[in-house]
Write a protein that binds this ligand. Structure first.
Ligand code: FES
Ligand code: FES
Length: 219
């Protein structure tokens, strides 16, 4: 039996409330995906590239992650953090808030710091991504990692990969930042264990500057 809402309107063959709702849903989803992709592309200065509509099935994507070409096939709604952790097994990148508020999922994309939980993997097609796993050169840790170790700049350690990646980006941009610049650059990262004093000291030392805060945070 056909329900009333599925009956085609007499003057518009083939039209029904169901097909109307479906078409709105499809176009709204497409607009949302396009909008998100466009805003992320803008963050990375890739506005000039046309963003094709993708999905609803899985799509092939390719990135350069930590110097290695990686291919995955995922749904267009998959975030970069999900690809890193679940498709590629790179669990160093943490997902804590999953809404762009804590910086735990920080990675470097084409030289810029991004929250991978808020970034569609499809928008990173062709990007050069560096994760916490890619900072060390073989067994030699990045100076920022060494400094975090020396200053015991962690407690539970869950926020640590994000802080280290964010500090690496800061030092790439400003080799000798002031304490104020360090605090500002790391303000998107949250440490619920409150190890900020040691984190700031680690950042200062990694940039070749004297540590200027004691364990109580006094300058
Ligand atoms: S997990 Fe991405 S910002 Fe918190
Ligand atoms: S060390 Fe536990 S959240 Fe930062």
């Amino acid at each position: 039996m056909t329900s009333r809402q599925d009956e085609p309107a007499p003057d518009r063959p083939g039209f029904s409330r169901r097909s109307f709702i479906k078409s709105i849903g499809a176009s709204a989803t497409a607009s949302t995906l396009t909008g998100i992709a466009t805003s992320q592309a803008g963050l990375l200065g890739r506005e000039s590239e046309a963003t094709p509509l993708l999905g609803p099935g899985t799509v092939p994507l390719e990135f350069n992650i930590n110097g290695k070409a990686e291919k995955v096939r995922v749904e267009p709604s998959t975030t970069l953090a999900q690809v890193l952790r679940y498709s590629l097994g790179m669990t160093g990148t943490k997902v804590i808030c999953d809404r762009g508020a804590c910086g735990g999922c920080s990675v470097i994309a084409d030289g810029k710091l991004i929250n991978s939980c808020m970034t569609l993997a499809a928008d990173m097609q062709g990007a050069k991504i560096t994760t916490i796993e890619g900072l060390a050169q073989g067994s030699k840790l990045d100076p920022v990692q060494e400094s975090f170790l020396r200053h015991d700049a962690l407690q539970c350690g869950y926020c640590t990969p994000g802080f280290i990646v964010a500090t690496r980006v800061l030092l790439n941009d400003i080799p000798k930042p002031t304490l104020a610049q360090i605090k500002k650059a790391l303000s998107g990262n949250i440490c619920r264990c409150g190890t900020y004093t040691n984190i700031f000291n680690a950042a200062l030392e990694a940039s070749g500057q004297p540590v200027i805060m004691d364990q109580k945070g006094a300058v």
